[in-house]
Design a protein around this ligand. Structure first.
Ligand code: ZN
Length: 200
């Protein structure tokens, strides 16, 4: 089976609810790498993601710094504080961490390991930070797909939310099954980095 997993970073955002409606309607699982400062803006939305069947929560730090550039003490706090916040707000103990900009170090990997989190980057970027229309986001994503692909998009952009129904349709038309991060990665090891899933 050819599988692809969708991941959404930097939220929750104002339109995350609309995205959840789409994912539920289309029976598509997804992972949300939440930013602590955004959770504090909309705790109810963080809880809603957690309570929606098929959705996984991940750690995307408190304030989205480049972990390579802020020193180990601050980086440790960024990763740890958001872990605790997510657990406090949603009750979920996260098992996946995505470093902002994909930028991590041996030291930050060790923090993730200690917290029981695998480091998950991506193999296909929706480039929705670069483009600002749904059509461009879909066009940028499709050629990067391959069996086992982990797609990175951002639920803080309205054009991304708008692109998702088309993206799902086109991904399925190519014969892919949309699966969760757990399904595409299989068993993971805390502290280890993953950029793509299984591709039998
Ligand atoms: Zn991010």
């Amino acid at each position: 089976m050819k599988c692809v997993a969708l991941t959404f970073d930097d939220g929750p955002g104002p339109k995350t609810g609309t995205l959840l409606d789409t994912l539920v309607k289309q029976k598509v699982p997804a992972t949300f790498f939440l930013v602590g400062n955004m959770i504090n803006v909309d705790k109810a939305m963080a809880r809603r993601i957690a309570e929606t069947p098929g959705m996984t929560l991940g750690n995307h730090t408190m304030s989205h710094p480049n972990l390579r550039l802020i020193g180990t003490t601050k980086a440790t706090k960024e990763i740890t504080d958001n872990t605790l916040l997510i657990e406090k707000v949603t009750g979920v103990k996260v098992r996946f961490m995505r470093p902002p900009y994909g930028s991590h170090t041996k030291a930050t990997d060790a923090v993730a390991k200690k917290l029981g989190q695998a480091v998950v980057n991506w193999s296909a970027g929706a480039l929705d930070w670069q483009y600002n229309t749904a059509a461009k986001v879909v066009a940028a994503t499709m050629p990067q797909l391959a069996p086992g692909a982990i797609v990175l998009a951002h639920d803080i952009h309205p054009w991304t939310i708008k692109a998702v129904p088309t993206l799902i349709k086109k991904i399925r038309a190519k014969g892919y099954t949309l699966v969760s991060l757990d399904d595409i990665l299989g068993p993971t090891t805390p502290g280890k980095t993953y950029t793509r899933g299984l591709h039998p």
